[in-house]
Ligand binder design. Sequence first.
Ligand code: ZN
Ligand code: ZN
Length: 298
Amino acid sequence: MTTVTLLGTGAAAGYALYSCNSSVCRSKDDKDKRAESGILISTADTRVIFDCGRGVCENAIKYVYQNPTDKVLPITAVAVTHSHGDHWFGIDELCSGLRRHYKDQGATEAPLKLFAHDDTWSLISPTIGRLTKPTRGESRPPGLEFEPVIPGKTYRHGDVEFHPYSVVHDPAGSTSVLPGCVAYGIEMKASNGEPFSIFVGGDMCSLQLWDWQKMLGRAAKVDWELAIVEANTWLPRPESGHLSGQEAIEVLKFLQPKRAVLTHVAPLESHKTLSNHLKRIPLPFPVEYGYDGMVIAF
Ligand SMILES: [Zn+2]
Ligand SMILES: [Zn+2]
């Protein structure tokens, strides 16, 4: 079966601020407990993560590997949208998990594949570049292998194909654009063998700040089965480095997927409150707020 599992649906702050006593940060509702970003694509042969925040590995154990069904497929690749830590801090753990898998299976080790824009790699490699080097005194391969992605080109890992699209995502309060930001279009086969596509947006800044229709024009031509788009807050914040829920809906109307899920949510409003916002506006197709552990099967 081909599935999309949301392993993390929170923003950089995670699900709660330790210093905050608001009803959201102290919520007992599991849907308000959001780890940082991460989406697991799982096909019959391949497991790939798109963005890998801090809590992603923990949630992979909780929602996927604690209940393995037929066979335990390892996660062999990660595609990163941009260089902010909430999108890649879990890579070290992913590398260790893959190594352990090969060891337990008695299989030949291979590195975890990391797909990201060259500019993203330049920003994160001072920290995780060491994983691409062989360990001193050991003959085993490195834990990580980087492959640059260029918007407009096509990449493949196992039976998952993906296409990067340039997007704009500013650090909040700054006028400089963060280099190397991409969204991904992902193509794979459903359980019945039919191909389908999903759009994974990553972080995008407020719509007033970039020519998003021009940049996403190519994406609007695709027949998306599902789009997963960030909705950091419900109301737009001028000059923000993030997309609000209201703006996400504008993007979704442009992309016209059959179904959409909002993610990357700041711990300011509860899942219930946010879902109520959606009920009050007309939507041309089903849109819902995601939550950690949400599984969509195809
Ligand atoms: Zn983020
Ligand atoms: Zn970001």
